[in-house]
Design a protein around this ligand. Structure first.
Ligand code: 6R9
Length: 670
């Protein structure tokens, strides 16, 4: 398993101030929540841990109470058919009305809901009133093109306001959305649309990346050619003159559709708490991405509650999560959690270094952002660029910082704490997954001591522990596996139309079916200390985490073996000082094939076509053989060590030990 404990090689061009910081902070292993923060925090009573434990599962009524229910639920939890748990059973609500209508009715009509920053400097602000109007108009438009309750609508959109608008419009009419990250390839789009039998696609002509206009529509059209069912699409005109806005046969223009339904009043459809809110495809051990199903009541209650307890959000806050809405972090903590609380949420279209490397700090200063949530990979990049960039800006509006997506090494944590938070903002290092819906392991910012590199204790009401291979709790300091032995409201309910795989993937390893004891296995390695703080060590399955993005090695391997001339491939993650992990591809060619640059280019292109540029291999290494055990299993651990430049472990159990040195030499010589 990759070592997330922070022992990564880091070069940096930091100046003298950082040398000082180094000296002062390097030794410090624990940080107390700053007094100024504690005084105003949402959750300050440490009794909450005991209270939730004693009162479980009723404690989760606190989360449900943050929502407006059309009909009260009968029971907090129904575990009769575990692990197919149900939360807030028979409760009725609508997610879009919880994120919009009730705030408008409660006097927040003119408060900003979304503040959007385009990469090229444009801005758009939607008040809660305006957002509701556009959501209603688009919801009417969706009905117009034929969308009915329970139809899955695929949203293949970049970071433009139409994405959350489309999500909320879907939620309004009870049509689950399936957002496909805009950076994914045409093939990845087609695979997800086919898997979800989705007959509707909302996409756009293009968008900006580092000042260049990218043609997104071409990719969407290419994907559609591989979709089995007939699809009706709506296309957002993002680029205007920059790109001619072709509409295919069935495609409708977003602006026209919204204009036609301007002023429409669309009653939010009453949804059962357990009705599907959305699907999100994520990588797993096998080649086929998993369609994680989230439902309306538990998910929305959980994201609202964690936004309040962990991100400390109040309606008056301007809050910014720099993730992409195409991933779960954006769903839960750009859209649903913050909007359910009536907060102002900031959205940024572009990259952190465009036009300059201070873009994020400029956005924070300009919008007076109170709470900022980002990924360790971004922090490591900022650290490399140096503290001059944040120093050019007034970041004093910040009250709380957060990280998510991968382990954060203590040096990056301390840099964030000092240079962005000015030692006055607590940092929450939040561990969770697409499947968990919301945060699971993190400190509560006004209550717990922070220990850089360690996410912290499980949240109140979350029963996570670290166990050994046999499921026994491990000693402090030893490495084991994270498990969760009680359900929680934000959990996935199943994998789309695949209950068997749901059980197999998450509930087999540590559960005792005969005893009806169900333990969720997230496939992460971890350590625990004497205070119950959990340090996540990284995935223990064939998933690699590149810049906080989950990629399945099998998906990448199957793209590579599809290249003509390739016989076999093994893909692993190797340590990378900014991305956390990077993709390393070990490739065996067919007899007579040469390891040329052209072959390497074709391999890289195949991976980009199958998944997208995020999966692009850092290195393609040609080898005559792969290290295999006597029983013929590829020793991935060794390939990871070679990629990471680690000392190589025991090779004596290999059938072909000599190959290891041969591959390692190849890396050294590059
Ligand atoms: C929210 C999200 C989930 C995987 C997860 C773990 C890693 C997430 C982390 C973390 C260490 C943290 N991960 N947060 N590792 N510390 N604070 O990222 O969901 O894309 O499904 O990835 O990310 O390995 O299993 P997802």
């Amino acid at each position: 398993m990759p070592d997330g404990s922070g022992i990564m090689s880091e070069e940096s061009n930091e100046g003298e101030a950082d040398v000082e910081l180094e000296a002062r902070l390097a030794e410090q292993e624990a940080f107390e929540p700053p007094e100024s923060f504690v005084e105003q925090a949402n959750v300050t009573d440490e009794g909450i841990y005991e209270e939730f434990e004693e009162n479980w599962p009723e404690c989760w009524e606190q989360a449900a109470d943050l929502l407006s229910w059309e009909e009260e639920y009968d029971a907090v939890l129904n575990d009769e058919d575990a692990p197919f748990y149900e939360w807030f059973t028979d409760g009725k609500l609508n997610a879009s009305s919880n994120c919009l209508d009730r705030h408008v009715e409660n006097g927040a009509k003119n408060r900003a809901a979304i503040k959007w920053e385009g990469e090229m400097g444009e801005t758009r602000t939607y008040t809660y009133g305006e957002l509701l109007n556009e959501v209603e108009a688009f919801a009417a438009g969706l009905r117009d093109i034929g969308v009915e309750e329970d139809d899955v609508v695929t949203l293949y959109l970049p970071m433009i306001p139409e994405l959350p608008i489309a999500m909320l419009a879907c939620a309004r009419i009870g049509a689950p959305h399936s957002v496909v990250f805009a950076g994914f390839s045409a093939d990845a789009l087609a695979m997800r649309m086919n898997a979800a039998d989705s007959e509707y696609l909302i996409t756009c002509d293009g968008y900006y990346r580092r000042g260049d206009a990218l043609n997104h529509k071409e990719k969407a059209d290419k994907g559609l050619r591989s979709v089995d069912q007939d699809v009706t699409s709506v296309v957002v005109d993002r680029l205007g003159e920059e790109l001619t806005h072709f509409l295919g046969n069935d495609a409708r223009d977003y602006d026209e559709l919204v204009a036609e339904h301007e002023g429409a009043s669309v009653e939010p459809v009453t949804r059962d708490a357990e009705d599907m809110l959305f699907l999100m495809y994520t990588s797993g051990t096998t080649g086929e991405p998993k369609g994680v199903k989230h439902t309306t009541g538990g998910y929305l209650a959980y994201t609202a509650w964690t936004s309040q307890a962990v991100l400390d959000l109040v309606p008056e806050d301007t809050y910014w999560c720099s993730a992409d809405i195409g991933w779960i972090t954006g769903h839960s903590y750009i859209v649903y959690g913050p909007l359910a609380l009536g907060t102002t949420t900031v959205m940024y279209e572009g990259t952190p270094d465009y036009p300059e490397r201070d873009r994020l700090w400029e956005i924070i200063e300009k919008n007076r952002v109170d709470v900022f949530y980002t990924a360790p990979t971004a922090i490591r990049a900022f650290m490399k660029w140096g503290s001059d960039y944040p120093e050019q800006h007034d970041l004093s509006s910040l009250r709380l910082l957060g990280t998510v997506g991968e382990p954060i090494n203590p040096r990056a944590w301390k840099w964030y704490y000092k240079h962005i938070g000015d030692e006055e903002c607590p940092i929450v290092d939040t561990w969770w997954q697409t499947e968990t819906g919301g945060m699971m392991i993190t400190t509560l910012p006004a209550i717990n001591t922070m220990k850089p590199g360690s996410a912290g204790p499980p949240l109140p009401g979350v029963s996570a522990t670290v166990v050994d291979a046999a499921g026994e709790e491990i000693e402090a300091g030893e490495a084991g596996y994270v498990t969760v032995d009680k359900p929680w409201p934000g959990m996935l309910r199943t994998l789309y139309e695949n209950d068997d795989r749901f059980i197999e993937e998450y509930w087999t390893e540590y559960s005792d079916e005969a005893a009806d004891e169900w333990v969720y296995f997230p496939e992460d390695g971890a350590k625990i200390d004497d205070d119950g703080y959990i340090t996540i060590l990284g995935r223990v399955d064939d998933v690699i985490n590149v810049s906080g993005h989950r990629l399945g090695t099998m998906e990448i391997e199957s793209a590579i073996v599809g290249v003509s001339g390739v016989a076999e491939a093994a893909v692993v993650g190797g340590d990378h000082d900014v991305k956390g992990e990077a993709v390393y591809a070990y490739v065996i060619l067919e007899d007579g094939q040469e390891p040329t640059d052209d072959m390497r280019d074709r391999i890289v292109a195949a991976v980009e076509d199958a998944i997208g540029p995020i999966a692009r291999p850092e290195e393609v290494l040609f080898t005559p053989e792969l290290p295999k055990t006597r029983s013929g299993k590829i020793m991935r651990r060794l390939l990871e060590d070679i990629a990471s430049g680690n000392e190589l472990g025991d090779t004596s159990t290999l059938r072909n030990p000599e190959i290891v040195e041969e591959i390692a030499d190849q890396i050294d010589s590059e």
